[in-house]
Design a protein around this ligand. Sequence first.
Ligand code: B12
Length: 286
Amino acid sequence: MAKTPAVPEAEFTLHEAAELLGVHYMTAYRYVRLGLLDAYKVGGTWRVNQTGIDTFRVRAVTEESRGTTSVSQRKRRAPWADRLERRLLAGDSQGSWGVIEAALASGASLDEIYRNVLSPAMVSIGQRWERGELDVAAEHGASVIAMRMIGRLGARFAHRGRTRGTVVLATPPNETHSLPVAMLADLVRQAGWNVVDLGADVPAESLVRAAMAQNDVVAVGLSVSNTDRLDSTAYAIAALRKAVPNTRVVLGGHAIAGREHAVALGAHDFAADVAGFVSILESVGV
Ligand code: B12
């Protein structure tokens, strides 16, 4: 029996979408930039499909029925991580930044942007890739935009004044997930420490040299995202503890199950997030 051909989904230009939604073209454009209206580019111009229009309408009705009374209340409740995820997956760096700016304007702190917006968006993208819903290229593209956004954000939140000592941050050999370290570096810097951020995949010997080069080093923080990198993590920790025995080595990241796991790998301590890390740093001092 012949298959019935699938009916292609209706697709609209942004002008047409604006008309359908009863708003000005610039308002529709702003919705796209804020991640409120799903759009994609075809030959350099924005397109919105019927699903995008329907989803936008459903969201608008849901907001309405929640009885949201003011713009600021609506903004506070806004699902920033979902919006960001959509812009990241559309490869839309300007739109992604628009979501971050909107979240900042609604009063979110740098810590909240990293913890409640960027991290959950990235984690969800990872889960969708794991379920086979996304090509790994989408995850790579989203990571590139995320890294650029971290670059723009970090500079805004730089700490001024005296520092409380130096913290060396890195990922162990062969561990290529640099995003968590980049976020952590900004937050630790903002909390008052001088940060030497070595990024990803640092050879153990170089890590040791970098730690020895500082005379006020408080701790070395290592981030491990991939459970396949636990051997190289243990190797790097052993090298550090031999060369700089008085320096605390703290582990964190998706691949570390908790304090017991971190200690079994040779580290002194574990922290689940920046707050936990800062309290370890405060207890160590210089
Ligand atoms: C982005 C990403 C990538 C990017 C990395 C880009 C980059 N420059 O970082 C790309 C696309 C390149 C990538 C590649 C790969 N990835 Co990847 N990736 C991710 C993803 C989606 C997000 C990571 C992230 O940024 N998270 C956001 C951060 C902020 O959250 P977090 O890591 O939990 O960090 C928080 C805390 O843990 C803590 N923290 C983190 N580190 C530290 C350190 C210290 C000292 C402290 C105190 C705290 C702390 O602070 C953070 C804020 O709260 C994760 C999914 C996930 N669940 O994390 C997979 C994930 C880590 N990747 C995974 C895999 C398998 C890979 C690949 C091997 C896939 C492949 N086959 O190609 C490759 C690695 C290639 C290689 N050569 O090693 C797996 C690892 C599974 C495992 N075995 O453990 C994950 C978990 C995805 C999955 N669900 O399967 N990946």
